[in-house]
Design a protein around this ligand. Structure first.
Ligand code: SAM
Ligand code: SF4
Length: 329
């Protein structure tokens, strides 16, 4: 089988597919409150197109798919799409969701064998939830969290750590891993908030986050990191789950990156920080054969930046000002 390998010898086996750029929350680190220009519906990849891409990538050795967005469950007939991708026989399907619309689908997600759900939750305080997401959905998300735990689907929590917004939540959020079998992952804030503003010195760098965790939980013990993992995981004796820290801004993990991304409009990105390599939707709609699409995917990996810093430096337009909802995180 032909494999997807980049110009640095890294094998690609993980696709992150953003199925929509729409969202029902307005997390301030991801989207501006107003003035968002959504991709016109006809420009979004159709489900059949996405399934075709998944199948082609599966033939090139991709085993893992993460469905993200925007909010995936906001896209019409999302469950129908999930049935379609599950039928491809791909080894692992994961979903990242804000948990506002997920609850009714949990039994079917389990039946379909969804391997894990990443639930985004940045605080345990309803008012801070409102100030971060600009929406009043805290109770719904917490209820979804409990339903996911009951369902037995592997659950991870993503919390973006933001100066002046939710630092007081680090300890209580880590406490979720004490009380429930969940991995709670603290993510450095990245400059993808849709308005172009960025901080060059990140106040809540991964090392600061670990310092807080260590002072609260002296037994914190670093676990061996999987080579392609973006999160450094920790264990605390007596905890049911684990704690993780993702150095998404510091980019400590690029050397072993095994992932590519496809945006809702079909742009292939070989790095979160690049500006896109080519549009696979355009090729599909021009009638490209499977062989032509496969060749384009292989070619796209032949000039991949070695890390997120190089990818960012190569961009024509700086600073990065996109919304994460168009990239998928
Ligand atoms: N709407 C879904 C959700 O929120 O889980 C999926 C899409 S969201 C863009 C995917 C992940 O990216 C979320 O965990 C979110 O917290 C994270 N994210 C968004 N903007 C970010 C930023 N500027 N820095 C770090 N993480 C970010
Ligand atoms: Fe929506 Fe997720 Fe972005 Fe929040 S992080 S605005 S839930 S896409």
């Amino acid at each position: 089988m032909e494999k997807l390998v980049d110009n640095h010898g890294r094998e690609i086996n993980y696709l992150r597919l953003a199925v929509t750029d729409r969202c029902n929350l307005r997390c301030f680190y991801c989207m501006p409150e107003q003035g968002i220009k959504y991709v016109p519906r006809e420009d979004l990849l159709r489900y059949e197109e996405m399934v075709r891409i998944v199948e082609l990538l599966k033939n090139l050795g991709v085993t893992k798919l993460r469905i993200t967005g925007g909010e995936p469950f906001l896209r019409k007939d999302m469950m129908q799409f999930l049935r379609m991708v599950a039928a491809t026989g791909l080894e692992e399907i994961h979903i990242t969701t804000n948990g506002t619309l997920t609850d009714p689908h949990i039994p079917e997600l389990r039946e379909l064998g969804i391997k894990s759900i990443n639930l985004s939750l940045d605080t345990l305080d309803p008012q801070r939830f409102f100030s971060i997401t600009r929406r009043d959905s805290f109770e719904k998300v917490i209820a979804t969290f409990h339903r996911l735990i009951e369902s037995g689907i592997r659950t991870k929590i993503n919390m973006v750590v933001m100066d002046g917004k939710n630092i007081e939540d680090i300890t209580p959020m880590a406490g979720l891993a004490r009380d429930y079998p969940v991995d709670v992952r603290f993510i450095e804030e990245m400059p993808f908030n849709g308005d172009g503003s960025r901080q060059d010195v990140l106040p809540w760098h991964h090392k600061e986050i670990v310092n807080v965790l260590r002072s609260e939980f002296p037994g914190l013990e670093k676990l061996p990191m999987k080579p392609t993992s973006t999160s450094q995981m920790y264990r605390v004796p007596g905890f049911l789950g684990r704690i993780g820290v993702i150095a998404a801004f510091s980019r400590t993990f690029c050397g072993t990156c095994n992932r590519i991304r496809i945006t809702p409009s079909g742009v292939l990105r070989t790095c979160l920080y690049d500006q896109g390599v080519f549009n696979i939707r355009d090729l599909i709609r021009k009638g490209a054969s499977d062989e032509q699409l496969t060749a384009a995917l292989i070619q796209a990996l032949s000039h991949r930046a070695k890390d997120g810093f190089e990818a960012e430096a190569r961009r024509a337009h700086l600073p990065v000002h996109e919304s994460m909802s168009t990239i998928g995180g």
